[in-house]
Design a protein around this ligand. Structure first.
Ligand SMILES: [Zn+2]
Ligand SMILES: [Zn+2]
Length: 292
């Protein structure tokens, strides 16, 4: 199966490149078992004892104002997404089928790439003390590494609010163009509408997909089917990211791009360049929280 082959190849790469003292030896044959062992050892505990102080501080940063913001972003997203899906459905023609399918794939892949880029940036750089974005957007990433199962207790608003905001930033200008330029523009740019609808739904669901990948029980059957078909990120796939020091497999929508990006050392190269220019060490703040 494609997924297990990718996991096996990845495990071989990791076992070759990582230091033995920081990571137990993983062989291609035992990669899946290894990931599952780590899950039962590390993920099933609600809060790691040594990190409980960090987890409590990070959890306390979720304010009422942030929650109101998330609710308004979710409401706006529902309106915008229904509008763009209605426009795609209304303008669909048989001859558009090829463009329709290509735009679906491209929208999903770009959402996966963006999920990796945003996740990497928030995990690797910045601190929770940065005004506005520190508490609101970097804090959840720190909390997630300190206490990976905390997010499985987050409700639909806390899970999806931020991602609805990101999807809205893309959907709002796209729908403004539809309104301003009208029917002809929509027909000329049908692929863009399909791409937009697909990209936005995957962006919006990124953290929900992420949450499902951390849930041990209570995952609906249809979600498991989507995970098994790799239409959304499967559970063992994401746990490669949670192997300390959390420096690979950042894409969390479908996870399709993790293996190729790792192969070309995409994030490692970016880190090398940024560190050379700024002098900042990657993941310095993340490691600080993990030490409690
Ligand atoms: Zn992470
Ligand atoms: Zn995670």
């Amino acid at each position: 199966m494609e997924t297990s082959k990718v996991l096996k190849d990845m495990a071989s790469e990791l076992s070759k490149s990582m230091k033995p003292e920081s990571l137990p030896l993983i062989t291609a044959e035992t990669s899946s078992e290894y990931v599952h062992k780590r899950v039962s050892k590390e993920q099933e505990k609600p809060v790691l004892k040594k990190n409980s102080k960090s987890a409590a501080i990070l959890k306390a940063g979720y304010t009422k104002e942030k929650r109101m913001f998330e609710i308004s972003m979710m409401a706006l997203f529902v309106v915008l997404q229904i509008t763009i899906v209605s426009l795609v459905t209304y303008h669909f023609k048989k001859e558009y089928l090829g463009a329709f399918l290509m735009s679906l794939v491209f929208g999903a892949l770009l959402a996966d790439f963006m999920s990796g880029l945003v996740h990497w940036a928030a995990d690797t750089w910045g601190t929770v003390d940065i005004p506005v974005i520190g508490q609101a957007f970097i804090r959840p990433f720190r909390e997630h590494h300190v206490d990976p199962v905390a997010m499985t207790k987050h409700d639909i608003v806390e899970t999806n609010g931020d991602n609805c905001m990101l999807a809205n930033l893309f959907l709002a200008p796209l729908l403004t163009c539809c309104y301003v330029y009208g029917e002809g523009w929509m027909l000329d740019n049908f692929s863009l509408l399909v791409f937009g609808a697909t990209f936005a739904i995957y962006v919006c669901l990124t953290n929900q997909i992420h949450k499902w990948s951390h849930m041990i029980g209570g995952v609906p059957k249809w979600v498991k089917m989507l995970q098994n078909a790799h239409i959304i990120m499967p559970r063992p796939h994401h746990h490669i990211h949670h192997i300390s020091p959390h420096e690979t497999y950042f894409c969390i929508t479908g996870g399709w791009l993790n293996y190729p990006l790792e192969k070309i050392q995409f994030f490692q190269t970016l880190e090398y360049v940024i560190e050379a220019i700024t002098g900042h060490k990657p993941r310095a703040d993340d490691q600080k929280w993990l030490k409690g």
